[in-house]
Ligand binder design. Structure first.
Ligand code: NAG
Ligand code: NAG
Ligand code: NAG
Length: 195
């Protein structure tokens, strides 16, 4: 019986906490991090790779970003953004959340129109680009797959190199394009969704 009493005491302690976290007051929602608690799975996406300083004292993270003013479509990029945008996956599609009325799909484009050359990630107003692609989490890591092929979780950030400018991926194992920096992309949010 002491055990039941203990469970009841724990439940009595937890219920108000659960209630508070499940019912955020709208006035309290003033920052990106508090908004991200409202939509499960939404988070900043951090880029890890040889260029990142993870684990170092002066670590400044790279974040997946959009090379455009807030809320507007643009090429995806990777940089040390102090105010990184929010992303989530819903029904195999990667989305950027700006506000209630502006949610942009991240599309994959065969921008170079050549076999063996990388695909480019672009945030647009409507789903489009290469058909049949699926985004998913593998642990914390972002993956893109299309049919039997996938990007192995690898993305390349390229800047004005050979006409490549933005964030790219390959569907087959390929040497990194020269001048591009490899990254894996992670959501460290504990509530990221797989649906
Ligand atoms: C959402 O953002 C867009 C682009 O910045 C803006 O035009 C629109 O008014 C915003 N909507 C809301 C509901 O805040
Ligand atoms: C976006 O990417 C396209 C195709 O790679 C490139 O031509 C264009 O210059 C890029 N736009 C910006 C603003 O970097
Ligand atoms: C990209 O376009 C090229 C040329 O049309 C084609 O060979 C290649 O299969 C396309 N890649 C994808 C992933 O659709």
């Amino acid at each position: 019986m002491a055990f039941t009493a203990m469970l009841l005491a724990i439940a009595a302690y937890l219920v108000p906490l659960l209630f508070v976290s499940a019912m955020p007051s709208f006035e309290g929602v003033t920052t990106w991090s508090s908004i991200s608690n409202l939509v499960p799975g939404m988070s900043h996406l951090e880029g890890l790779g040889p260029a990142s300083t993870q684990g170092e004292a002066a670590h400044i993270p790279f974040y997946m970003s959009i090379a455009a003013p807030r809320g507007l479509p643009g090429n995806l990029t990777m940089y040390r953004n102090k105010s990184p945008p929010l992303f989530y996956i819903h029904q195999n599609q990667l989305w950027h959340y700006h506000n209630e009325s502006t949610i942009l799909p991240v599309n994959v484009h065969n921008s170079t129109q050549a076999a063996g050359l990388p695909l480019q990630m672009i945030a647009e107003t409507k789903p489009g680009g290469v058909p049949g692609g699926k985004w998913r989490w593998q642990g914390t890591m972002l993956f893109y797959e299309n049919g039997p092929q996938n990007n192995q979780g690898l993305f390349y950030s390229c800047q004005d190199v050979n006409g490549l400018n933005g964030l790219f991926l390959f569907l087959q194992c390929s040497p990194p394009p020269s001048g591009c920096t490899p990254f894996t992309i992670h959501s460290f949010s504990s509530n990221r969704m797989t649906s």
